[in-house]
Design a protein around this ligand. Structure first.
Ligand code: SAJ
Length: 416
């Protein structure tokens, strides 16, 4: 089999290399020439454990090449970004998907399978992708087999999850589904769950939306409990002991390019109906202001001036600051002239980030923990001896080892 992948980002590249390691002849296409050159020289341009070794293996076998131009192939995979638009409901921007489709149309031959892996709004395959291919003269389900097979892998564990996760295969016709499943059977050891395209689109979106709504509930619970002087974290622990309850964890907000993006694709398609989804987005988006207000109240108690922000990434143990609520909080505090704000994050290599932990803590009046990096779990009270006022506000409930001489505040005891 020969495969042509459109987009060599954090999904397209690992997917291409995985196929290449299973003896599929792969050409990976990207518009960024530097990325293409790097890959052809055997060097990955994104961070992902195990990916570099896998690329080297594929290059040694001669089964992977990167290019700026598509080529004829048996199967095509589109794995390009689908950001939000700047409109009222932040609907899905289909531009990159349609551009990739346009680029492969001249190379399509009867019998080809065309797969969209990018996360897309419900009905995108039926209402946009299929009509464009029909316009180009193909009969879907006879000449071309069109499938939505959403990516569902967790950054940091992509190489493992690509093989072992269950995979949703949603064809535009039943024959499309069968042909799509044959492609992934190359390496997927999880179940290949066969369905239609629109069910696949909505299932993927609901996975991330479920998490977003559940986190919103936990964040709202935190606000309610702080009003009533109840420990929200204890409540969550108690409630989750029930066999059918699984409340997620509150935090400084929800970030990343999935949970903070995908729910809008549903809202924009059915704004009248998608009430809880919309409200949950608003609750999660309100959390950075809630953290800023709370931090200011804590500082005011001691007339504090210096804030040390621990963590800028959207979640722990990654270097990704896209849609990060931690960045939003940092920028908000930094813009206030009354405070000196220092950011410390061992995973982020930006010039304004302080690399020296002692310097970051020196004379500080408040440590504000915003990402749950492992490094923060290991800190003990000795590190905080240089602070002016030893108080820690831990929005991720990650730092559990602090001693009594530190005023430790988390979402469970915020306004006590
Ligand atoms: N978060 C909380 N509380 C929680 C869990 C997460 O506040 O209890 C926050 C995190 O701090 C972060 C955000 O939510 O800001 C999202 O983090 P995440 O770990 O839930 O998810 P992502 O965005 O890294 O990856 C998700 C995954 N989806 C699901 O687990 C349903 C992944 O499998 C998807 O492939 C990915 O989205 C995607 O590409 O759609």
């Amino acid at each position: 089999m020969k495969l042509c992948t459109m987009g060599l980002g954090y999904i397209g590249l690992p997917t291409s290399i995985m196929f290449a390691n299973y003896d599929v002849d792969v050409v990976g296409v990207d518009i960024k020439r530097e990325a293409v050159d790097m890959l052809n020289n055997g060097q990955i341009h994104i961070e992902e454990p195990g990916l570099q070794e896998a690329l080297e293996k594929a290059i040694a076998k001669g089964t992977f090449r990167a290019s700026v131009e598509p080529e004829p192939a048996d199967a095509f995979i589109i794995a390009v970004p689908t950001p939000n638009k700047d409109d009222e409901y932040k609907s899905m921007d289909i531009t990159f998907v349609m551009q990739a489709l346009e680029n492969i149309i001249p190379f399509l031959e009867k019998g080809n399978v065309v797969i969209v892996e990018s996360t897309i709004a419900p009905r995108t395959m039926d209402d946009f992708v299929k009509p464009r291919l029909e316009e180009a003269g193909f009969v879907i389900g006879e000449d071309i087999f069109l499938v939505h097979c959403p990516e569902r892998v967790l950054p940091g564990q992509i190489m493992h999850e690509l093989i072992h996760n269950n995979r949703i295969v949603g064809g535009v016709t039943p024959m499309c589904t069968e042909k799509g499943a044959e492609v992934y059977a190359t390496f997927v050891q999880g179940e290949l769950i066969k369905t239609n395209a629109r069910t696949a689109e909505m299932s993927k979106l609901m996975e991330n939306t479920f998490r977003d709504v559940n986190i919103a509930l936990a964040n709202e619970l935190t606000k309610v409990c702080n009003e009533l002087d109840i420990n929200a974290l204890d409540v969550i622990e108690m409630a989750n002991k029930h066999p059918r309850v699984n409340l997620h964890t509150p935090g400084p907000g929800v970030g990343g390019h999935c949970l903070a993006v995908d729910p809008y694709f549903i809202i924009a398609k059915a704004p009248e109906q998608a009430q809880i989804i919309n409200l949950s987005r608003q609750v999660n988006k309100s959390m950075p202001s809630y953290v800023v207000e709370s931090a200011e109240k804590l500082l005011a108690k001691h007339n504090g001036k210096k804030i040390t922000v621990f963590g800028l990434t959207y979640k722990g143990n990654v270097d990704d600051i896209r849609e990060s609520p931690a960045m939003e909080i940092y920028e908000h505090l930094h813009a206030l002239p009354e405070y000196e704000v220092v950011a410390y994050d061992p995973h982020v290599k930006l010039s304004f980030v302080e690399k020296d932990l002692e310097k970051a803590l020196d004379g500080s009046d408040l440590v504000l923990v915003l990402s749950d990096h492992n490094e923060f779990k290991e800190l003990t009270s000795a590190y905080f001896s240089k602070m002016n006022v030893a108080q820690v506000f831990d929005t991720k409930n990650v730092v559990k080892e602090y001693a009594d001489n530190i005023n430790y505040i988390n979402y469970g005891n915020l306004y006590k």
